[in-house]
Structure formats: structure tokens, C-alpha cells
Design a protein around this ligand. Structure first.
Ligand SMILES: Nc1ncnc2c1ncn2[C@@H]1O[C@H](COP(=O)(O)OP(=O)(O)OP(=O)(O)O)[C@@H](O)[C@H]1O
Ligand SMILES: [Mg+2]
Length: 467
């Protein structure tokens, strides 16, 4: 018994009837119609796996039937019946999507064989399409680009996590997309209609950390002139992203632990516990295990946070994603600037593919943006890219030499970086949001660099809270 629903379109009654019987005998579900018009009508309310149609018919011919079939359901296969003189048309029909044709006169065996093959192909096609659709729906998120195995794994875990309430820890170097993944989790979870709140724990002044997160009551400290709602409350029923979780103070860590254990928070200076329904996603680019070992981060809190771990590998470890990301950002930027078409030369693409990307995807995005802004021509050349090109040239020749050169570059670069930050901070009166923007880095990264280079802020930190 064969499986499949077939429509036979044939204006010669005897021919049509004998075909219907032949298909029926094989076990197919089969219908027969005597004209192209009737066939097209049936397509409106039926889904066929296969349509077998005569090519030459009055008024509506086989080619038009083929078109209508493909328009109704592109996965339905079509087999044509042709007379000797119409073979060239049949060949054209195959170009238009027909599976095959049989030439009159033919034996039933012949057309049954072709039909069987066509149906097998359809089953396969449906399967592939189903799987593709499933993968797309499951693991694709808007605005997240990547096709490397590493990234597909990240997306797979991300999609599972969306459907749970678990606390998630996202790790990865700066600029790898931690916040992007956290957003995808929130906006694809049942919490999507409630707020998504981002807080950079490392950028909070120490004395305000607890009150920012959990709120405070009026008069609890100098400056607390009225009750203040904390971010946990603002994220009620939603998600809070605790970025740079490793930077939380011991007292904040205790409060976070209590929340994760009992769902309970206590505003600073308040004596009543409050219950909030907020999901925590934590992110960090430091090694939290090390922070636990050194006693800077509570072990019990670490275990509570590290329920599901999503690690985003640095771009250098998934170079396959670079061309995709380049295309993606190029298109996005051209659209934003309303610029005409621009492409990258092969050398430019290979330079980008070979570069090490210490600033990961954020750096790639910035470099594409700058290249587009600077380049006058339609094709962007390697020389126009603001990356140290000779780095990759030496790579294959002498790895050791390369390492040496690299560390030299790194020292001088960090020296330059430090100076650039100091200069910009002075110029913009310590306004970190402005400085970050001017330097093309996130406020998080800026904050980290300020710490790394031990730059003393000469001005009050006016706006270091990122959101
Ligand atoms: N896979 C990706 N596809 C498209 N854009 C991406 C991808 N990953 C990151 N980006 C973009 O790169 C930039 C940096 O990403 P994001 O802010 O999420 O990184 P991060 O890991 O949180 O960095 P940091 O540690 O510095 O805070 C953002 O503009 C983000 O949209
Ligand atoms: Mg971030």
C-alpha cells in the first residue's frame, strides 16, 4: 500500500479513468478531473502530494496547472503527461518546477514508478523543511548572528532557558554578546511583557549598591529624602540582568542570596521583608570560580547563580562567524546611514577574518562602522580598515616572533588606550557615558579599563549607572 494523495488532470476520459484505477490499485488516495479549470478549483480546498496532469488541454493547459499547484503549495510535486510533439514544453515545465514527465503512449508501470519517486522526494522535502523551520524557530533569535557550532550551542541552550524560570549565569569576554543573549532570554520568555532591567554592578558606587538594587526607606541614610523603589521591584514579574555580578559587595551578596532562597528582599533601612517575582540573569567577564576561591565571592551564592551556565566563546574561537557578522553589520549600517551599496574587497574580508578581535563583536561592529564612514569608494579595501594589519601577516611565518611582536603591540596599545581615556575623561568632565560613546566602547568596558589602568576620576562620577 502506497501513501499519498494524487490528483489526475486529463481531458481524455478513458485515459483519466484508467490512470485513476491504476493509482487506486497501488493504494493511493486519488481524484480525477477533466480540465485545468476544475483542477485549479480543487487546489483551493485540497492539499495534494502529487498532481499528474496532461500538458495539452483546451483553455487551461498543464503549464498553467503547474503554476497554480506551485503557488498553492510549493512542496506538491507535479508530473506531466506529454505527447511526442510537446517534449520541449515539458522540458521547460521541469525548469518551472515540475518533477518529471512521461511521454504518450506509456505503460502504467512507467508512470507508477515516476509517481512513486516524486512522492518520495516530497516526503524528504517536507522533512527537511520541517526540520529547518523547527531549527529556525527554536534556535534563531532576531538580531543574533552566528552559525558556528559554538554559537549554535549557545542559541540552543538559550532557547531552552527561555522556557524555564532558572537563574542563568552568562560568561564571556567583553563584547561577546552577553547582554544580547540576556535580552533574548527575557523577550522570548513568558516574562516578556514585564520590564527587563539591566544594572552594571561594577559601575554602582559602593555606598549605593544595596539601595539601587533593593530600594531604601526615607531617612535610612543621609540623602534618602524619600522612599525609593529598588531595581528588583522595578523588574517585578520581569527579568533583572546583574552585569558584572563579581563586583557586588559582601553585604549585597548576602541580600542576593536571601532573595534567591526565599524570594524576599529588604529595602535599606526597612524592617519589613517584601516579596518580588523577578528573574535573575547574571553576567560576568571574570572568572567567578577564582573569585570564590579568593573569598571575594560567596560560594553559596555562586552555586545559586550558576544553575544554568551559558558561556559565549570569544570571536577568535569562532572565526566562521566573522563573515556573517561583517555582512550583517555592513547591511545594518548602510541602511542606517542611508548610504548606497558598499562591499569589502577579498583582502579586507580576509584581514577581518584573521584579526584576533580582543574587543570581540563590539569591536567588529565599531570597525565596520568606521570603515563605512571613512571609505569613499564602493569597495572597502584592507588598508582602509582601522585594524593592525601586519599582525596576521606574521602569524603563519613565525608564531614565536608573532607572539613577541604582539606583546609589544599590546603594551603600546594599552599605553595609548590609557592616555586616550584620561584625555577624554578630562575633556568631558568625567562624564563616562559621553567618554564611552566617543571612544566607541560600552560604559561597562570603560569602567573596567578605568579600574585596570587605575585612573583616578578627577570629577565626581555623575552618570556611571548603565542601563
Ligand atoms: N551574535 C551577535 N550577533 C549580532 N550582534 C551581536 C552579537 N553578539 C554581540 N553583538 C553586538 O555586539 C555588541 C556587544 O554586545 P553585548 O553588549 O551584548 O556584549 P557584552 O558581552 O555584554 O559586553 P560587555 O562585557 O562589554 O558588557 C552589541 O551591540 C551587540 O548587539
Ligand atoms: Mg554587557
Amino acid at each position: 500500500m502506497e501513501d499519498g494523495k494524487i490528483l489526475v488532470v486529463e481531458d481524455q476520459d478513458a485515459m483519466r479513468e484508467s490512470l485513476v484505477i491504476a493509482f487506486k490499485d497501488e493504494g493511493y488516495q486519488v481524484e480525477g478531473v477533466a480540465s485545468g479549470e476544475e483542477a485549479i478549483q480543487r487546489l483551493g480546498n485540497n492539499v495534494y502530494d502529487l498532481v499528474v496532469t496532461d500538458l495539452k488541454m483546451k483553455k487551461v493547459d498543464g503549464l498553467e496547472v503547474l503554476k497554480a499547484v506551485k503557488a498553492a503549495n510549493s512542496s506538491t510535486e507535479v508530473v506531466l503527461i506529454t505527447a511526442y510533439g510537446t517534449i520541449s514544453t515539458a522540458v521547460q515545465a521541469i525548469r518551472d518546477g515540475a518533477y518529471d514527465y512521461v511521454t504518450k503512449p506509456f505503460r502504467h508501470q512507467e508512470i507508477l514508478k515516476v509517481a512513486k519517486k516524486a512522492l518520495e522526494k516530497k516526503v524528504l522535502k517536507d522533512r527537511v523543511r520541517y526540520l529547518e523551520g523547527e531549527i529556525r524557530d527554536k534556535y534563531r533569535f532576531e538580531g543574533i548572528v552566528g552559525n558556528s557550532n559554538a554559537m549554535l550551542e549557545v542559541l540552543k541552550v538559550t532557547s531552552h532557558v527561555c522556557r524555564t524560570e532558572s537563574t542563568v549565569l552568562i560568561t564571556g569576554e567583553s563584547g561577546t554578546g552577553k547582554e544580547l543573549i540576556a535580552r533574548a532570554i527575557h523577550y522570548n520568555s513568558p516574562r516578556k511583557d514585564a520590564p527587563f532591567v539591566v544594572i552594571n554592578c561594577g559601575a554602582l558606587p559602593e555606598n549605593l549598591q544595596e539601595s539601587e538594587l533593593f530600594g531604601h526607606v526615607k531617612g535610612s541614610f543621609t540623602g534618602a529624602v524619600k522612599d525609593k523603589m529598588g531595581l528588583f521591584q522595578q523588574a517585578q514579574k520581569g527579568t533583572i540582568l546583574l552585569d558584572e555580578i563579581g563586583e557586588t559587595l559582601p553585604s549585597t551578596q548576602v541580600k542576593l542570596l536571601r532573595f534567591l532562597q526565599d524570594g524576599e528582599i529588604r529595602p535599606v533601612g526597612g524592617n519589613k521583608a517584601m516579596y518580588v517575582d523577578t528573574r535573575i540573569i547574571a553576567a560576568t567577564n571574570e572568572n567567578l570560580e577564582k573569585a570564590v576561591e579568593s573569598g571575594r565571592f560567596r560560594k553559596d551564592l555562586f552555586y545559586r547563580i550558576n544553575v544554568i551556565r551559558i558561556h559565549i566563546p570569544p570571536l577568535m574561537e569562532r572565526r566562521e562567524d566573522i563573515p556573517l557578522l561583517v555582512e550583517y553589520f555592513l547591511e545594518k549600517i548602510l541602511e542606517k546611514l542611508n548610504k548606497g551599496k558598499k562591499t569589502l574587497s577579498n583582502e579586507a574580508m580576509s584581514a577581518l577574518s584573521n584579526y584576533d578581535w580582543p574587543g570581540n563583536i563590539r569591536e567588529l561592529q565599531n570597525i565596520i562602522e568606521r570603515a563605512v564612514a571613512l571609505s569613499r569608494n564602493e569597495v572597502i579595501n584592507a588598508e582602509e580598515l582601522p585594524i593592525p594589519v601586519d599582525e596576521f601577516v606574521t602569524l603563519t611565518k613565525n608564531p614565536l616572533e608573532h607572539e613577541k611582536k604582539r606583546s609589544l603591540i599590546v603594551t603600546t596599545l594599552s599605553e595609548q588606550e590609557k592616555n586616550a581615556i584620561i584625555e577624554a575623561l578630562n575633556k568631558y568632565g568625567g562624564n563616562q557615558t559621553k567618554v564611552a560613546k566617543v571612544l566607541g566602547i560600552s560604559t561597562t568596558t570603560l569602567w573596567r579599563k578605568i579600574k585596570k589602568y587605575r585612573i583616578k576620576p578627577q570629577h565626581e562620577i555623575s552618570d556611571s549607572i548603565e542601563n
